[in-house]
Design a protein around this ligand. Structure first.
Ligand SMILES: [Zn+2]
Length: 473
């Protein structure tokens, strides 16, 4: 919002106490990123390979929230995809050079096209269609520009609701982030009882995988129903983001419908019922709103090199299935080594990712590039670690809440990248004997870059917060 407009509002006696929030403007935009399943084969991501889409149940969207604090703009963007890779996010940023920061977070949809490469027609074939990736880049930019054209002066409120009971943790030990976090944006001076909000931002923590591994219809999964219900109830745009979903935060196996029947997951009836109850949780969060200032903006980002230790990921990269640049591992996560020839398997290999901290006025935003275990959010580590774990004496990582300098925050998972599970080192468990006396390892490590990724990313996040320049007065 321009200063002149603010002055005009002030002179008309519009909002004498609203000096801080009168400086903020917000805009919402969205664009359709549904692939054309008739034109060519679309391979659905998540679970095993070879799941060819046969139709579209509901469209996939990219939803953008643009914030402006007078002279700087930032964009927070969600995509209904399994996990956009950082090189694609960088392509998007290159087309939005006038933005101070563009945060693109994938919802981790398990019922949309492969954008990583792991889920093609065969294990040795990528499921990524470069033309589709180019379309996503173009549409995300369109959604951001649309949000920018709809910028309006805004006041903001922040709320939370506890939904611990509606998310499952499928891996021991049980640790969840069961808190939904919400921002509601409204026009300053408008009667909120009679005027719809400018928009609502929802952050919830559950794998969008309620349709399961047999479904072949493209869908945004349960959050299709969540967003639809909230948009219809509040007559405003809604943007949904996934938070800390590693570990593994999932839909309960069965769900009770409003008529009392109980349905098992793996079908649209379940997805719809669960999604609507997530919307009901959002209604609860909207009942706890408190005003919050989101200006000024401070953005602190750190690129990090992550050592690729996972032999399957290495193999997939070498085979061109996972087409991502590799760099020589320098031993220092803050020093990216020389770029390696494509498919090179020489020496220790790293990929480059990033962590960001956004301090938006009184709001603290953690942008983490993968599926963070909730243990790393709250520090709910098992003490002592199970003796069967591979590194029971490993140092504990510093969790997000200990790093964040304030109580009001959002956490965006799969932000700017998807590097897989971010697992506390003490829980790493690939070698026998296995933790909890299990006959085999728990699921998780196969989709992680390695046991050191959590410490590297948490340290980098702490460094981002430390390095955040003081807020502009
Ligand atoms: Zn996952």
């Amino acid at each position: 919002m321009k200063r002149t407009l603010f002055l005009a509002l002030f002179l008309t006696g519009f909002c004498a106490e609203g000096l801080a929030w009168a400086d903020l403007a917000v805009g919402f935009g969205k664009a359709d990123i549904t692939p054309d399943v008739q034109k060519k084969a679309v391979w659905i991501a998540g679970y095993g390979h070879g799941r060819k889409a046969t139709g579209v149940h509901d469209p996939l969207w990219t939803r953008a929230v643009v914030l402006e604090d007078g002279d700087r703009k930032i964009a927070m963007v969600a995509v209904d995809l399994v996990g956009l890779q950082r090189p694609t996010v960088q392509d998007i940023r290159a087309k939005l050079p006038d933005f101070q920061h563009v945060m693109v977070s994938s919802t981790h949809n398990h019922e949309g096209p492969d954008v990583i490469g792991l889920w093609g027609p065969a294990p040795t074939m990528t499921g990524v269609d470069p033309e589709y990736i180019a379309l996503v880049v173009q549409r995300v930019v369109e959604a951001v520009r649309q949000a920018e054209t709809s910028l309006k002066p805004a006041r903001v409120e922040y709320g939370t609701a506890d939904g611990t009971e509606i998310v499952d943790d499928s891996r021991k030990p049980v640790a969840k982030d069961g808190i939904m976090r919400i921002l509601r944006f409204s026009s300053p001076g408008q009667n909120q009882a009679t005027t719809p909000p400018l928009g609502i931002l929802v952050q919830w923590n559950c794998h969008p995988e309620s349709l399961g591994s047999k479904n072949t219809m493209i869908t945004a999964d349960f959050l299709h129903a969540t967003v639809q219900q909230l948009e219809q109830t509040y007559h405003c745009p809604v943007a949904y983001f996934s938070g800390a979903i590693g570990g593994l935060m999932s839909n309960p196996g069965t769900w009770k419908l409003p008529d009392g029947r109980v349905v098992a997951d793996g079908n649209f009836e379940y997805a719809d019922a669960y999604g609507k109850d997530v919307a009901n949780l959002a209604v609860k969060a909207l009942g706890t709103l408190e005003p919050i200032e989101l200006t000024p903006f401070v953005v602190s980002t750190r690129p990090v090199a992550l050592k690729l230790e996972n032999p399957v990921f290495k193999l997939m990269r070498a085979g061109g299935v996972m087409d991502r640049d590799g760099f020589a591992w320098t031993g220092d996560p803050y020093k990216t080594g020389e770029k390696l020839p494509s498919r090179s398997t020489k020496g220790e290999i790293a990929i480059e990712s990033e962590v960001s901290y956004l301090r938006l006025g009184q709001l603290h935003v953690a942008a983490i590039p993968g599926e963070l275990y909730p243990e790393l959010v709250y520090g709910q580590f098992q003490e002592p670690a199970d003796a069967g774990a591979d590194f029971p004496d490993a140092a504990l990582e510093t969790p997000v809440v200990k790093i964040l300098p304030g109580p009001k925050w959002l956490l965006f998972g799969l932000a700017a990248d998807e590097v897989g599970y971010i697992i506390p080192r003490r829980q790493w468990d690939e070698k026998p004997p296995f933790a909890y006396g299990r006959p085999k390892a728990q699921y998780g490590e196969i989709n992680s870059v390695g046991p050191n990724a959590a410490a590297t990313l948490m340290n980098a996040f702490a460094d981002c917060v430390k390095a955040a320049p003081p807020a502009k007065p």
